[in-house]
Design a protein around this ligand. Structure first.
Ligand code: GDP
Length: 323
């Protein structure tokens, strides 16, 4: 991408989209276009077409999506499948119609089968039954991957997909009902610490599930860095001609939810107890990406988990929960 290339970041107010915008600006890209949800509803096909017709972006980062944690995914599956399918169909098809040079579609590691061999390689896509708690979201994301691939096959469009592991960082959703585990636990331990400081006794933070599931976490700044790396250096030709449908993005390391809780507890400085609520779903037992393909291409993550959580907690204290 030239520094003056016209780049559309769809979903720039979200955690990933905002990180991509920050990363592009810091690298000197000057012609970034964005639209808030109010200005452009990406689920509406003709509005999306009008936008592409008027703006003619050259590059598209498709980071707009309806996202949520385990509870939101299992409670609102219709919204997750409908909204995500609409957004990606409209943006990918308009990118095709209006000759976008390159499009990067962002998905999630929940596209892999529930009992996938670990770590999960790109080629394990569509080899088994999906995890029920986020099946609706996963089905729409798989359809997006395939759509990029088929637009390449049929029309030669340079559209490709990346699948990040669990992400966290600034601008995450910290709502306890709809968030993922990382922001939820940051908030819970922070609130627990505040109660503790008011000298309330026997403060306990509840962690959902059994604490045994294993998850991999990538800081969103690393994700943004990887997206720009892929946009700049990897072509659809390279991927699809090697029978690869998408690229995994992650750290290659996982941690149990119990150990994660302990780590966040220490970073936040909570001195009370942790208890587990096995009445809440565990979800898939282990979710670790095989990132050897991307590391083989020259990219690796830079922010370790301790540093990433500290950074996110500082952001939370400043922006969500000022003392
Ligand atoms: P998943 O990776 O799609 O399963 O999504 P989540 O990030 O929502 O959940 C990951 C794991 O963390 C699951 O086993 C949850 O049960 C567990 N977990 C523990 N405490 C919490 C919490 O407070 N919120 C969420 N969302 N998950 C939690």
């Amino acid at each position: 991408m030239n520094k003056d290339a016209k780049i559309f970041v769809a979903g720039h107010r979200g955690m990933v989209g905002s990180a991509i915008v920050r990363a592009l600006i810091s690298r000197g890209y000057e012609n970034i276009i964005t639209r808030s949800h109010l200005q452009l509803d990406l689920t509406r096909q003709s509005d999306v077409e009008d936008f592409f017709y008027a703006e003619k972006p050259e590059y598209v980062f498709l980071a707009a999506a309806t996202v949520g944690g385990i509870l939101a995914n299992s409670t609102y599956p219709a919204d997750f499948i409908y909204q995500n399918s609409q957004i990606q169909n409209n943006v990918i098809y308009s990118a095709h119609q209006f000759n976008v040079k390159k499009l990067l579609f962002l998905g999630s590691s929940c596209i892999y089968p529930r009992n996938c061999p670990q770590p999960m390689k790109e080629e394990y896509l569509l080899t088994g039954t999906l995890e029920k708690t986020n099946e609706a979201y996963a089905v729409s994301k798989i359809s997006g991957i395939k759509m990029c691939q088929y637009f390449y096959f049929q029309y030669g469009d340079d559209f490709l997909s990346v699948m990040p592991t669990n992400l966290y960082g600034p601008n995450d959703n910290f709502d306890l009902e709809t968030s993922h585990v990382m922001p939820a636990l940051i908030r819970k331990f922070h609130e627990g610490r505040k109660q503790w400081e008011k000298k309330q006794k026997d403060i306990t933070v509840t962690v959902w599930g059994t604490g045994t599931p294993l998850r991999e976490f990538l800081h969103v700044n690393d994700m943004a860095d990887a997206c720009i790396f892929v946009m700049d250096k990897i072509s659809s030709d390279y991927l699809y001609k090697n029978d690869v449908t998408h690229l995994n993005i992650g750290t290659g390391k996982d941690i149990s939810i119990a150990d994660l809780a302990e780590m966040i507890k220490n970073i936040v400085g909570f001195e009370g107890k942790i208890c587990f609520d096995p009445g809440k779903p565990d979800g898939t037992p282990k979710k670790l990406l095989d990132v050897s393909r991307l590391t083989g291409l020259g990219w690796r993550c830079k922010i370790d988990l301790q540093e990433g959580i500290e950074n996110t907690y500082r952001w939370f204290c400043k922006n969500i929960e000022p003392k």
